[in-house]
Every structure is written in C-alpha cells, then in structure tokens.
Design a protein around this ligand. Structure first.
Ligand code: ZN
Length: 271
C-alpha cells in the first residue's frame, strides 16, 4: 500500500512546492464553523466552504443555530464530501457561488452536481487541485449508507486541515495521517448516529466520539474540532448520548485537544 501511495505523495509535495510561493499566508486565515457539518475558510480574496448548508433542514431547530452561508470575496469554492442533503445544499450553493464560484467534488458525483446548475471541478482521490492559494485533496472516507464520500485535506501555506464529512470509522486513517499529517486542525463528525432502519438498528452510521479521538491521534492532529452532532429524531436518527461531553472525556483521557466552535463562531489560525 505504501508503495502505491508514493506517486500520489510525490505529486502532492510537488504541487505544494509550486503553490507555496503564492502571496496568501496562513496567518490571514479565518476559520468559521457553519451549521451542522459546515465549515468556512477565508484567506484574503478566497472563501472556501466545506459541506455548507444554509437551508433550514431542521424545522427551525437547527443544532446550535442556523448560520447564513455568505461570502465577501471574489473567489469562492465549495467542497462537498457527499451529496446527502445535510452536506450538499444546492440552493444555498447556487446563491453564494453565483456565476464565479465552483464546487470541487469527487469525480463520482460531478455529473450529478453539475446537473443541478453548479460549475464543478471534479477530482480523483489523492489528486490535489490548487485554487486561490489553497490546495485541496480528496482522500478516502466511508459513508454509513454506502454512498460515495470523501474527506478533504486542505492546505494553505504551511497549515493543514482535514474535514471528514460524516464518515464512518475506516482503515485509511493511518495512511492519511502518514501521508498528509500532522494536521493543525481536523473537523471530525462525532455523533455516532444510528439510522434506525432494519437490519442495522444498533450500528453507528457516523464516527462515535471515541472513534473520532482515535482518528485524531492517527492523523496527528493538534486540535479536533467536532462537527455533525446535536440532532435526535428517533426512531429514524439517533445519536449517542451527550456526544460533546463524551468527546471531552475521551479526548482528555487520551491527551487530544478539542476546540468546540458554535455555528457562526470564528477563530483565526493563531488563536
Ligand atoms: Zn450527515
């Protein structure tokens, strides 16, 4: 597996080296948590959304609040982990990207996303693309319902992040950690949601808090920022009890730093 990964690793570092002389520096980076799994990164003239949802899917009860998805910069990109509606919001992306923005997505969902009237930049897994001073690389993930899903490695200057949509635990974490780590921050799903349909009523369809801590360790993450929690809609959707409390306990026990951000809350990189 390591042998096969070498060409990808070489290509990634090569593009890093090419991208590095850009005028955007990580110190300018602003990180905002959006609703649910959404994250927004802004650096100089570029805004990057990951799994941004601005539509009220929660009948007025969005977990910790519904945040408007807006941008002030000329350059706008939206990364999508997969096309479930709590990660891919067509109307919101059409509005915020307009004619000038692009959705960056795995090639397996590019045709579908393009059919929704959005401009797409399709990528293959492990094939980085550079835009606006950022470098984006799709890496493997495992969707709880069997859809195509990727996680995103995002780098700018010497800073690296990973956003993991709502993936299950999977066996690629060590490889991703070895190839791309260490990470300055990782955005990981933590609610261990069980989608209560037969025949898998007890099996989580999303990483649990303990699994997220394990992943953060393998990714060599400096900070774990939890996403994708705060919803219970039994019998159809049931997350673990008190995911953030459990995460805090497990992270402390295993010496991982957690930074909780409310939707709409921002940090600059050096906070
Ligand atoms: Zn989800």
């Amino acid at each position: 597996m390591r042998k096969n990964a070498l060409p990808f690793l070489f290509a990634w570092f090569l593009i890093c080296a090419i991208a590095a002389p850009g005028t955007i520096y990580a110190a300018d980076l602003q990180i905002e948590r959006l609703t649910w799994a959404g994250v927004k990164l802004v650096s100089e003239n570029t805004t990057v959304f990951i799994d941004a949802v601005g539509k009220d899917l929660w009948d007025g009860n969005a977990p910790e609040g519904l945040v408007p998805v807006t941008a002030d910069t000329d350059r706008r990109y939206a990364l999508v982990s997969h096309v479930h509606n709590d990660h891919f919001d067509v109307d919101t992306l059409q509005e915020v990207l307009g004619d000038r923005g692009y959705v960056i997505c795995h090639e397996s969902v590019a045709t579908y996303i393009a059919s929704r009237g959005l401009k797409v930049i399709p990528v293959k897994t492990y094939s980085p693309v550079s835009r606006g001073g950022f470098l984006f690389t799709a890496v493997p993930a495992e969707d709880g319902l069997g859809e195509e899903q990727v996680s995103w490695v995002i780098s700018i200057d010497d800073k690296r992040f990973l956003h993991a949509g709502d993936t299950l635990w999977h066996g690629k974490w060590p490889l991703i950690g070895n190839q791309f780590g260490p990470f300055d921050a990782v955005f990981l799903p933590v609610n261990g949601a069980r989608v209560l349909r037969e025949p898998m009523p007890e099996t989580p369809a999303v990483m649990t808090p303990s699994q997220a801590v394990d992943a953060a360790i393998l990714l060599r993450a400096e900070i774990l920022i939890p996403i994708h929690y705060g919803l219970n809609d039994p019998p159809y959707y049931q997350e673990v009890d008190s995911p953030i409390v459990t995460l805090a306990q497990e992270a402390e026990r295993r010496n991982i730093s957690v930074r909780n951000l409310l939707p709409g809350e921002s940090i600059s990189l050096n906070d």
